[in-house]
Design a protein around this ligand. Structure first.
Ligand code: FAD
Length: 651
């Protein structure tokens, strides 16, 4: 094996989206020498695609807003399964994080009196999303990058080297977290362009790799969201929590086929857009669930009055949490009232003047004009559900973002679980990234400093094993003869089959028999993925990269399917046709996924030593910690009765 380049850092942050950059800035500011490593180009993370805004109870547009109301909305959206301490920290700290961004140069849209403007979004009681048109993520990333550059300039002045204390490794993929005993000691990675392997040694690693959408066929997520961080954490011994909760955003494009799944931001509805079926009916009034009945308008007249007078009218039902709207659209289409291309109609053209649409929703205007030849100022859009976000993720400590059971491992952003419960409210991700990115950076830096006397060490054996694992797809293609168990497999074909399986069998509406079928199919794909083979060499070879990503997507998909089969109720982003109601007994139960067996078994991409049909994920139930009484006191008892079991109410 060739000699692998090794570098020493204090903290390594995997991922350069909002969570990763905020973590890196914090770690560096607290004195830790910090490396950031990202799979795509620096600046091209998912965060840059975020459109609608950052949720933070600043009360700029409605003075009634405060952290307690935000906390309440977040718990209602998550159907009370949220890790409540995270939801509390998030609601309390989000405004400070937004103001901080402004001091670092972010330019938000303003109210008439010059404050940061805030817009309405589903599930938020007040206008709460700080935004920059419908390009908020771009401004967020631009600002964080600018801050990184400012810190590097400061380092240059002090040390003569821009990258002495904060360095970005772009277009590099991490395939393994390395450990010294129980403790984290670094990461193993390859450079996508050259295929060169290298190791970043560090006592603390922050995972901030985003979502898992590419395991599903119709998704708003881009190529790099293959659940890498989720899988890396599992392989390192950390559990994932509540992976059954996957958010299907109600409004993705449905036509033409090449753009199916691309997001249509919720701001369209927040700014007044309405959903209609093929009969022209505003159907959402028929889908207000009992738990939300007193908060949403019963007539179109009341809903329309709310935009001008929110204090004396109830919200339009188009602004229900995403899971409710996605299910409603699904039903309309299934019952034959869909649009020509299998969605429903989303209309702003009859709701606001053309110049307002172009000013408030510039990206949507261009997206539909260029991709679908539809002028949204003159005609309705066709939209349908698209896999968008995963609520499940690495089980972390609420305050420190430390991954459970693996000293030195931290997780923040979409890859971390718990914060959003069973369903995330729009806008709550960007604020989550900032709040918990900062916390992860802080505690990772502190932990790293504490290891100064006895830093963990990377041993050569682990590096060799990681390199051998990464090279296996080349030997599957015949260099060493046909692989055991059958002919080599094409990674692209395997990926397509996986996406179709997850879409059809573990999608928006789930059934027991289908999920069992999905698990069988995943077992088959796991076996075949062990033989995924590629041709050519290591210099920029996307087939090879995908063959490596398959390990992660298969592990994560199994977690989703197993947990979804286990949870026999419907809640948030998990809908069971055979168990259609929310069950109060399940509110206190978290499902934890752990790797069963060695981390180099077949699903993990290791030699096919074990029977792939057994699966690689072991599931356990865990009772959640009771919600703190002062937080429960923020809700009326009549509301709590809808969610909490008798004994909890009694307690
Ligand atoms: P990301 O921004 O996804 O970044 C992940 C990083 O990890 C990337 O740098 C990637 O290259 C890197 N990475 C992944 N795997 C590896 C690996 N193996 N090795 C090295 N690096 C790796 N949320 C809101 O709150 N408001 C919105 O308005 C909003 N709009 C959205 C619009 C769209 C179209 C989409 C898709 C999402 C939207 N979201 C929104 C959700 C939000 O953007 C994401 O949840 C959030 O940006 C995730 O941020 P993150 O920092 O966790 O990860």
């Amino acid at each position: 094996m060739s000699v692998v380049d090794r570098q020493e850092w204090d903290v390594v942050v995997v991922g350069a989206g909002g969570a990763g950059l905020r973590a890196a800035i914090e770690a560096r500011e607290r004195g830790a020498r910090t490396a950031v490593i990202c799979k795509s180009l620096f600046g091209k993370a998912h965060t840059v695609m975020a459109e609608g805004g950052i949720a933070a109870a600043m009360g700029n547009v409605n003075a009634g807003d405060n952290w307690q109301v935000h906390f309440r909305d977040t718990l209602r959206g998550g159907k009370f399964l949220n890790q409540w301490r995270m939801a509390e920290l998030h609601a309390r700290e989000a405004p400070e994080r937004v103001w901080e961004l402004e001091t670092w140069g972010a330019l938000f849209d303003r109210t008439k009196d010059g404050r940061i403007s805030q817009r309405n979004f589903g599930g938020h009681e007040y206008p709460r999303l700080a935004h920059v048109g419908d390009r908020t993520g771009l401004e967020l990333i631009r600002t964080l990058q600018q801050k990184v550059v400012a810190l590097q300039q400061e380092d240059h002045r002090l040390t003569g080297d821009y990258e002495s204390r904060l360095k970005v490794f772009q277009e590099c993929t991490v395939t393994r977290i390395l450990k010294d005993g129980e403790r984290v000691c670094g990461v193993f990675a390859y450079e996508r362009e050259s295929g060169r392997f290298f190791v970043l040694e560090a006592p603390a690693v922050v995972i901030a790799t985003g979502g898992i959408g590419k395991s599903f066929k119709v998704t708003s997520n881009s190529w790099e969201y293959t659940g890498d961080g989720h899988a890396l954490a599992l392989l390192a011994g950390a559990p994932l929590v509540n992976m059954e909760f996957v958010q299907f955003h109600p409004t993705g494009m449905v036509w033409p086929p090449s753009v199916k799944g691309i997001l249509v931001t919720e701001s369209v509805r927040g700014d007044g857009g309405v959903l209609r079926n093929s009969d022209g009916k505003r159907f959402m009034f028929d889908y207000i669930p009992d738990v939300f009945k007193d908060k949403y308008a019963e007539s179109e007249e009341e809903a329309d009055r709310w935009y001008d007078d929110p204090d004396h009218n109830r919200r339009p039902p188009e602004l229900l949490p995403r899971d409710e709207v996605a299910r409603a659209i699904n039903t309309e289409v299934k019952e034959g009232r869909g649009s020509p291309h299998g969605g429903v109609f989303l209309d702003v053209s009859t709701r606001m003047p053309a110049e307002v649409v172009k000013r408030r929703l510039p990206s949507m205007y261009h997206q539909f004009k260029e991709l679908a030849d539809v002028d949204i100022t003159a005609e309705a859009m066709e939209v349908g559900p698209t896999c968008h976000y995963v609520m499940g993720g690495v089980a972390v400590d609420s305050d420190t973002a430390a991954a459970r059971g693996v000293p030195g491992l931290y997780a923040a952003g979409e890859v971390a679980g718990g914060m959003h419960g069973s369903n995330r409210l729009g806008g709550n991700s960007l604020s989550d990234l900032l709040v918990f990115g900062r916390r992860a950076g802080r505690y990772a830096a502190e932990y790293a400093t504490g290891t100064a006397a006895a830093r963990p060490r990377v041993d050569d054996g682990q590096i060799g094993a990681a390199a051998a694992e990464a090279l296996r797809p080349f030997s599957a293609q015949g260099e060493t003869g046909e692989p055991a168990g059958g002919p080599p497999e094409n990674p692209y074909a395997l990926h397509q089959e996986l996406q179709q399986t997850m879409n059809d069998l573990v999608g928006i509406i789930r059934r027991e028999a289908e999920m069992k079928q999905a698990l069988e199919k995943l077992a088959e794909l796991r076996g075949r993925a062990g033989r995924a083979g590629v041709e050519g060499h290591r210099q920029f070879n996307p087939g090879w990269h995908l063959a490596l990503d398959l390990r992660n997507m298969l592990l994560v998909s199994e977690c989703v399917a197993r947990a979804a089969l286990e949870r026999t109720e419907s809640r948030g982003g998990h809908t069971r046709e055979d168990h259609p109601s929310m069950d109060r007994a399940w509110r206190r139960i978290n499902l934890l996924c752990r790797l069963a067996g060695p981390s180099d078994g077949p699903a993990a991409g290791g030699p096919a030593a074990a029977d792939p049909a057994r699966g690689r994920i072991a599931l356990t139930r865990e009772t959640t910690e009771p919600i703190r009484p002062d937080l429960l006191a923020l809700f009326a008892k009549e509301e709590l009765v809808k969610y909490l079991a008798e004994e909890e109410l009694y307690e």
